[in-house]
Each structure stands twice: as C-alpha cells, then as structure tokens.
Ligand binder design. Structure first.
Ligand code: CP
Ligand code: NVA
Length: 317
C-alpha cells in the first residue's frame, strides 16, 4: 500500500457527525468556549499550515470565519471559487483532491451535492471539512450548540425548537443534539421533513446519550416552553426555482414571529444561522428584538472552526 493511500485511510474528515463521539465534539466545544473567553493561543498552533477553501456557492460567515480563525491561529488560507479552478472546466474531483493534498493541510469545501464533499474526502490525504452541502451543515451546528452553552446554565435540560425547513442546518442540528444528549423539537411541514436516514441514526445515538428528539408539523407544539427558538431560510441556496411553491407551503404557519414566540419560555432566545429572509421565516421584530442572539451565534462560527481545525490536525490538547 502506498504512503498516500495509508494517509488517506487514517485521515479524519468532518462531513457530518457520523463517526464522531460526544467526547470529541465536547472537546471541540470546550476549546471554542475558551477561545471566545481568553482569545487565541500565542503559540500560533497553525503556523506553517495552509488551508484551501473551495466554494461552489456564496458565503459570508463560513468563508470569513474560517479565514479569520486560520489567521488568528498563525496559519494561511486561500479562497478558491469553484469556477476559477479546473474543476469548473470538468477536471475530476478525485484528481483535484489528490493534488490539493500535496499543497495544503486541510480542505474546507462548500458544495451543492453532499456526494461531492464525500468524493473530495474519499481521495484526500488531508482532512476535508464540509462547509455546507445540500444535506448537512455540521460547522453551523457546532456554533449553534456553543451558543446554547453560552446562554444556558444547563444545556442538557434546555429545550431547543427548530421551526421551518428540514434542511441541511436542521439535519446537522438533529445529529449534534442526538450525539450530545440534548433536547430538540423540530417542526416542519410534512413534505419538508428532515432527512429520514439522518433522523433514524440520531435517534439511535439518542438511546445512548439520553437526547430527546421529537418531530412534529405543529410549530406551537415544538416551541412550547422552549428555551431556544431556531429557524433557517425556507428557500436555501440553489432552490430559487422552488421559491413560490415553498413559500406557499411554509407561510404563514411556520414563520417565527412574536405570536409564535409567546409559546416559548418568557426569556427564550431566538437563533438563526443567517443570512435571513426577513418577513419569510422570521419577522424583523423577532430577528432584531431583545431575545435575539444571532450575532453571538455568528461569532461562534469562528471559535468553533478554530477548535475544529486544531482537533483535525491533532493539535487540540
Ligand atoms: N450560516 C452560514 O453558513 O452563512 P454563510 O452562508 O454566510 O457562510
Ligand atoms: N439552508 C441554508 C443555509 C445557509 C447558511 C442554505 O443552504 O442556503
């Protein structure tokens, strides 16, 4: 077996939460909380490390938070738009991946189809991190739970409600809650439920972790007595053609507004991965109201990604 192939088998990727333990994820979250509180290590633990960011779709938070985290840890990063690479002209993903691994120490990739990030990982001798696919957004979920930990004295007792589309963000939230033993109630329209395979796996993990995960089509039921109310856009990137159909399906029932928030605890916090489509999944008075913690949530992307990179490169103590 060649050395590169051996490396490929050893390397740990972050495509979703499958294959991770609660202990590993808690270690990342703990480091992220410390970065937020105390700043980044003066030892610059990513010195001499280079990370490539390949993006097939636009991004503000993911791109900038990764690049900023890498810079703060002493590493270097490069942003590569999909169409600027030979990938855009049809070079196989496998060749791109094998070649990139000769130049860089990790690859962060935002793609349309989840199978694309799987293919990158299958041929990569360095860690591949899913920076959003149609199925999962695991980096977002790390920041989401870090934010819950920041605001809750007892995260495992807090109820998180997700209302809206059973999409990438929702799937990753289900996974991380299942793994860490958290309480999550999800309300989606019956035709936009989260991925069934993801849900059944998370429910298995829940048997061990003690997580309570419930699915319903009733937003008021999901939000009842919740400590955190979370939503994401109804129309994700790449779904623009379905816009009218989806809005008909989701509105007005699944909008997070002041009326729906009344079902939650009086001090419940509002969360959103951003960007938001105001007036669709959330009203402006909730998004920008006193219960909103969306900017802390966005900031936490940087701290969790810094911790994740160190973990994947074996540099997290
Ligand atoms: N939440 C999130 O992933 O935002 P961006 O699309 O701006 O990266
Ligand atoms: N579900 C959204 C998340 C954006 C961060 C999308 O895929 O566009």
């Amino acid at each position: 077996m060649g050395e590169a192939r051996r490396d490929m088998q050893r390397v740990k990727h972050f495509l979703d939460y499958d294959g991770y333990t609660a202990r590993e994820i808690n270690k990342i979250l703990k480091a992220a909380l410390l970065f937020r509180k105390r700043g980044y290590p003066a030892s610059k633990p990513l010195r001499n490390k280079v990370v490539a960011l390949i993006f097939q779709k636009p991004s503000t938070r993911t791109r900038v938070s990764f690049q900023s985290a890498i810079a703060r840890l002493g590493g270097d990063s490069m942003y590569l738009g999909w169409s600027e690479l030979q990938l855009g002209r049809g070079e196989p993903v496998s060749d791109t991946s094998r070649v990139l691994a000769r130049y860089v120490d990790a690859v962060v990739a935002r793609v349309f189809q989840h199978s694309m990030v799987e293919e990158l990982a299958a041929h990569s001798a360095v860690p591949v991190i899913n920076a959003l696919s149609d199925k999962h957004h695991p980096c977002q979920a790390l920041a989401d739970i870090m934010t819950v930990m920041q605001y809750s004295k007892k995260p495992s007792r807090s109820k998180i409600a997700f209302v809206g589309d059973g999409n990438n963000v929702c799937n990753s939230l289900i996974q991380i809650c299942g793994l860490l033993g958290l309480r999550l109630s999800v309300a989606t329209p019956p035709s936009y439920k989260p991925d069934s395979e993801t849900v059944s796996k998370a429910l298995k993990w829940a048997e061990e972790s003690g997580a309570e995960i419930t699915l319903t089509d009733d937003p008021a039921e999901a939000v009842a007595e919740a400590d955190f109310v979370y939503t994401d856009v109804f129309v994700s990137m790449g779904q623009e053609e379905e816009r009218e159909k989806k809005l008909r399906e989701f509105l007005p029932k699944y909008q997070v507004n002041a009326e729906l928030m009344k079902h939650a605890k009086p001090d419940a916090k509002f969360m959103h991965c951003m960007p938001m489509h105001l007036g669709e999944e959330v009203t402006a008075n909730v998004a920008y109201g006193p219960s909103s913690i969306i900017y802390d949530q966005a900031e936490n992307r940087m701290h969790t990604e810094a911790a994740l990179l160190l973990f994947l490169m074996g540099r997290l103590r």
